[in-house]
Design a protein around this ligand. Structure first.
Ligand code: MN
Length: 345
């Protein structure tokens, strides 16, 4: 094949993205066999977590199985439609009522809630997640963990393909939303050929991208735009314009009549500024030391996950977060960040 002038031949075959053959057979068997399934995901679930949970609950619940979902924390109101018709339960202290627990979009029980609960009496556990393993972590044989995948939604799609299951349209659309919400609507560097293949398959199954876009990017409440305005007002540039810091404080929330869940995606705005390689959004709900959260979005070569890890948090290379263990206020979290950030930029 000769390339047209002006187009570079790829140096090597494009990466195979995420191989679908990688779904461990133990995962397929366990899910196939289970009759009472509990779905769990991370604290403050996002679009990827909720879209993936909705789709799995709809698909697995079709043949008379009990599928419950337990959530902790807060989520955006505009994602609440993803809970319609699901069986929502309190996160149980014991898991004896279930024969399978599925962890979605996270792989450690530490991410399930602020109580840091673990489960000693777990029945079978299946993990479907795209967060990288931290040092020392080892994937179990029932883990379908692919850090190269854009989203858990993409992995659920691969799982369905491997099981030869087809999602009904509303579940396909929820997976499309999951993928869209973790990829900045298919605009980020985590989008691979595999991601687009998944999206194409989900559209074939009846998912509608335009409707997903409306769900995520339009039909927003006024308070969200108001909060966006005041958060942008708080934006300050540091480190020669490479670092943007915004802060949402109890005061700002009250003035906008907003809740912290309305800050979703706000941190992206800092990263959209020319010259910025790291955007930080400090979320202070006035809950004291250790509860001030810092969301990070970076551009290459800045590794947001390494910085988050330094403060005891984690995430992906270009999108990560941590709770500042020492800060009680947004100003303290900003000062701590500024004192330590230089070597990560
Ligand atoms: Mn995710």
């Amino acid at each position: 094949m000769t390339a047209e002038p002006g187009f570079k031949q790829p140096a090597a075959a494009p990466s195979a993205a995420v191989p679908s053959a990688a779904v461990p057979s133990a995962v397929i068997e366990l899910v196939g066999r289970a009759r009472r399934i509990l779905l769990l995901t991370h604290h403050n679930p996002d679009g990827d977590a909720l879209g993936s949970a909705f789709a799995l609950a709809r698909i697995l619940g079709r043949d008379g199985r009990q599928v419950d979902l337990a959530l902790t924390g807060f989520w955006s109101e505009h994602l609440s439609f993803l809970l319609d018709g699901l069986s929502l339960v309190e996160k149980p202290g014991v898991f004896s009522g279930y024969d399978l627990v599925v962890l979605l979009d996270c792989h450690t029980f530490g991410r399930l809630g602020e109580d840091g609960s673990t489960a000693d009496d777990l029945p079978a556990l299946v993990v479907i997640d795209h967060h990288p393993l931290t040092e020392g972590e080892k994937a179990g044989e029932n883990w379908f963990v692919q850090p190269d995948a854009s989203s858990t939604g993409e992995l659920v799609w691969l799982f369905l393909k491997a099981c030869r299951l087809q999602a009904p349209p509303e579940a396909a659309e929820a997976l499309l939303l999951a993928i869209a919400s973790d990829t900045g609507f298919f605009s980020q560097s985590n989008v691979t050929a595999g991601t687009l293949e998944a999206a194409a398959g989900l559209v074939e199954w009846g998912g509608c991208l335009e409707r997903v876009h409306r769900r995520l990017k339009a039909d927003l409440p006024l308070r969200r735009l108001k909060l966006m305005g005041s958060a942008l007002d708080s934006l300050r540039l540091h480190c020669g314009g490479r670092l943007a810091i915004m802060a949402v404080t109890p005061d700002l929330l009250e003035k906008a009549g907003a809740v912290m869940a309305d800050t979703e995606d706000l941190v992206e705005m800092g990263r959209s500024l020319a010259g910025v390689t790291l955007s930080a959004l400090i979320k202070d709900e006035g809950r004291g030391v250790g509860r001030v959260r810092v969301s990070l979005r970076s551009r290459e070569p800045v590794n947001a996950s390494a910085l988050a890890g330094f403060f005891g948090g984690g995430g992906h290379r270009l999108a990560a977060a941590y709770n500042d263990p020492e800060a009680a206020t947004a100003e303290e979290a900003a000062a701590n960040l500024l004192a330590r950030v230089e070597r990560f930029l």
